[in-house]
Design a protein around this ligand. Sequence first.
Ligand SMILES: [Zn+2]
Length: 315
Amino acid sequence: MIVDNHVHLIFPGSDPEEFLRGCIRTGAAIFTRESGPSGDPDALYENSMAVLSDREGDKLVARMDEAGIDRAILLPLDLGLGCSEPDVGAPDYLTAAEKNELHFQVTQKHRGRLFTYLGVDPRRPGGAALFRQGLAKWHVLGLKLHPAAGFYPHDPLCNPLYEIAREAGVPVLFHSGTEPAPLKSLYSQPCYIDAVAAEYPDLKIIIAHCGHGWWREALDMALSKPNLYVDFSGWQLEYSGNPDYLYEALRMAIDLLGPWRVLFGTDGSLTDIIVPPRDWVRAWREPQSPSGISFSEEELAIVMGAAAARLHGWD
Ligand SMILES: [Zn+2]
């Protein structure tokens, strides 16, 4: 079984336009580094959204079929407070509650294939109540937090959410690593997640993207706290720049932590423009490492599926 541990739905109103434009502008700037200007940012945004927009998860499931991915975990983002909520009042604007309920409906449409976490900014009044509602009514598998919106993981205002996750026995996943403007990367450094792992040793915590450029720090944190996991979603930019950037970090993660705390993911759908899921799965299963880094069948079976299944109680 292959499990994509980290995926997002994008559609008009899914996230602040300011954030999506920032991601697309950043990706375009990197891709065109050898050929000068990255084109008309408005046209790039419109074209990307037309391709990616997927309110009901149909395109996602089609891409999973193509890639041989059996299950995927949706992570709703609540970034409005980090983006000055420019879309409040716009026709497409969704509250955090509406957005999470919509993700639940998508999992109902694609039962057995798509699952969801609950995503909420801990500064939202009613965030804890929303998490409880998600657990009771929407069968959420865990909690997704995005500190780059402007809060630290170890801020005590997050504690009610951690208490609920601990009580329910579900994991908490933090975005970790840099983000395009208007989000702020300093909140997403792995060392702040370490403080939560220390306060809540029974809570299973995923450092998403293994901290990207902070991957050594993320692994160091996970070495000292056995309740920390890492996912290697969203490494398509690093991989397409130099495949060994991914393979070195992934090899090191498995060597240091063992395979059961290392998780596969795509971070689609934005990253699908860089490396489609079909090719991303192949990059993991049949690594073409310039320096010969390799993985055993057993390691890949655990990292790409069995570890996520065990974490979410599917086995
Ligand atoms: Zn993500």
